[in-house]
Design a protein around this ligand. Structure first.
Ligand SMILES: NC(=O)c1ccc[n+]([C@@H]2O[C@H](COP(=O)([O-])OP(=O)(O)OC[C@H]3O[C@@H](n4cnc5c(N)ncnc54)[C@H](O)[C@@H]3O)[C@@H](O)[C@H]2O)c1
Length: 314
């Protein structure tokens, strides 16, 4: 099958989402350029350097010079570069705004407007939900600076002639650039390593996607671009809306640990929502990796790793 897009630029491609995505794109014969400041170091992408279809540019999405260099010969862009999650954005409010908002503006300013930008936004933009299910037309109500920055970035992306915006569920699972601040990864790590887990707001509903399914969703957009252009999609799966308690109990079926549900504690994003993924399901995209499979692989990794600060994103 001939590809509509051959050479893909991934900003922030050395991160948790970008590394498995790069792997899949290279396996499928795409050329990939990553533009990344390597906030988390180069280890996650070292194995790509032997591949002639891989190019790396150490640079900043806020720099006109770096972005212009990275755009050379590119057919489509997957924009991931960001300071990610509300704890990290709260810790570095100015830097996160500069990267997440101004960096996105710089990318859009530098690009030929006919080049598609596929953008990683988040379901956190819905904030505390009044309706039972969020759809793409549910009014946005960002409660953290991270979510606010993503809403602003979405609006900037929409000024490009060609775009697809993905509002992702919370990721889980293993990636070469590992994140243990994500809820299922965090809970599994604590259950395996610390044998204890204290959980607040246990009935809060959250929605999930495996990190490799996030990569598959981007490839799905490249393959179905004509149908998807100019739209926003919730990306996850209707079958993967779970309460925090359900995740804890799924882990408990596989790991023996002390579980306590507490009355104190608070998620700043107040994420307690169920999301409808009908729009992307109707085009044919579904998650392929279940929460149980994700927990299984997480347990195996947690048993063999020892890291100084598993929550370094926060
Ligand atoms: N993981 C999730 O659950 C999730 C959910 C929804 C949306 N997203 C979005 O997906 C994207 C990727 O998230 P992730 O989980 O891989 O995070 P990550 O922190 O692992 O990756 C972000 C990457 O961006 C790079 N980066 C940071 N600032 C940069 C800059 N100024 N210029 C160039 N590169 C820069 C970092 O070095 C890192 O490699 C983000 O935009 C995030 O908001 C993630």
């Amino acid at each position: 099958m001939t590809k509509k897009f051959n050479h893909i630029l991934i900003t922030g491609g050395a991160g948790y989402v970008g590394t498995p995505l790069t792997e899949m794109l290279l396996q499928q014969g795409y050329k990939v350029t990553i533009l990344d400041t390597l906030r988390w170091g180069p280890q996650s992408i070292m194995h790509f350097f032997g591949n002639p279809n891989f190019t790396f540019i150490k640079g900043d999405v806020r720099s006109k010079e770096n972005v212009t260099q990275a755009l050379n010969g590119i057919d489509a862009i997957i924009h991931l570069a960001a300071i990610v999650g509300y704890p990290a954005c709260r810790k570095e409010p100015e830097l996160s705004r500069d990267i997440n908002v101004n960096g996105t503006k710089n990318l859009v300013d530098c690009v030929n407007k006919k080049i598609p930008i596929l953008f990683a936004s988040t379901g956190s933009t819905y904030g505390k939900l009044i309706e039972k299910y969020c759809t793409e037309t549910t009014p946005l109500n960002p409660l953290s600076n991270y979510a606010e920055q993503k809403v602003e970035a979405e609006n900037i992306i929409k000024t490009n002639e060609q775009f697809v915006i993905y509002r992702f569920a919370t990721a889980f699972g293993i990636s070469p650039r590992m994140r243990f601040d994500l809820l299922p990864n965090d809970f599994t790590y604590k259950a395996v390593k610390e044998k204890t887990l204290i959980v607040y707001e246990k009935h809060f509903m959250r929605t999930f996607i495996h990190v490799r399914d996030m990569g598959k969703a981007f490839i799905f957009a490249l393959e179905n671009y004509e149908k998807m252009n100019g739209e926003v999609y919730n990306v996850g799966d209707n079958k993967m809306n779970y309460s925090k308690e359900q995740i804890c109990l799924m882990i408990k079926e596989k790991v023996d640990y002390y579980l306590h549900f507490a009355d104190v504690g608070h998620d700043l994003d107040q994420r307690d929502y169920m999301v409808s993924y009908d729009k992307i399901h109707n085009l044919g995209f579904h998650n392929t990796i279940s929460m149980e499979q994700g927990i299984d692989e997480l347990i195996k990794i947690c048993e063999i790793i020892n890291i100084e600060n598993p929550y370094y994103n926060a």
